[in-house]
Design a protein around this ligand. Structure first.
Ligand SMILES: [Cu+2]
Length: 136
C-alpha cells in the first residue's frame, strides 16, 4: 500500500510545517496570547527576552548570584530596576541596561536578600517585560 503510506507521511509533514510556522511568528504582539510557553525553570539564573516577553518572569536565586539577561528578541530592550523611572530599588540590575538583539549582560552581584522587580525601561508599560528576582 505505497499510496496510503505516502499520504500518511504527507499529513505528518503538514503538521510539522504548521507547527514551525506558528513558532516562527515574530510579530511584536504584547497581548495575552503569548503562545511561547515559558518552560525555563524558576531557579534559572538566565532570563531570556523573546517575542517581547521575559522568560522566566520570576526567579529565585541565592545571595551572591549574578543574573544574566539574554536578548533573543528582534528589538532592543533596556532592563532596569523598579521603580520606573527612578530605578533605585536594586541598582545591581541597572548594570544590565541596554541590550541590542543577540546581546546579553549580567547584573552586578545580588548580595542582599530581598525581592527586586525589573522592567524594560523602553517599554515600561509592557507587563510581559516585567518580572522579579528574589534573592535568598
Ligand atoms: Cu524605567
Amino acid at each position: 500500500m505505497p499510496y496510503a503510506r505516502s499520504a500518511a507521511a504527507a499529513v505528518a509533514f503538514a503538521a510539522v510545517a504548521g507547527l514551525a510556522t506558528a513558532c516562527g511568528s515574530s510579530s511584536p504582539n504584547t497581548g495575552p496570547s503569548t503562545s511561547t510557553t515559558c518552560t525555563a525553570s524558576s531557579t534559572s539564573t538566565t532570563i531570556t527576552i523573546s517575542n517581547n516577553a521575559v522568560c522566566p518572569q520570576n526567579i529565585t536565586v541565592p545571595r551572591g548570584t549574578q543574573v544574566t539577561f539574554m536578548n533573543s528578541d528582534s528589538r532592543t530592550h533596556e532592563m532596569t530596576s523598579d521603580p520606573h523611572p527612578e530605578h533605585t530599588d536594586c541598582p545591581e540590575i541597572n548594570a544590565v541596561g541596554n541590550l541590542v538583539p543577540g546581546q546579553n549582560r549580567q547584573t552586578s552581584n545580588l548580595v542582599v536578600a530581598r525581592r527586586c522587580g525589573f522592567h524594560d525601561h523602553i517599554a515600561f508599560e509592557v507587563k510581559a517585560l516585567q518580572g522579579s528576582i528574589t534573592i535568598q
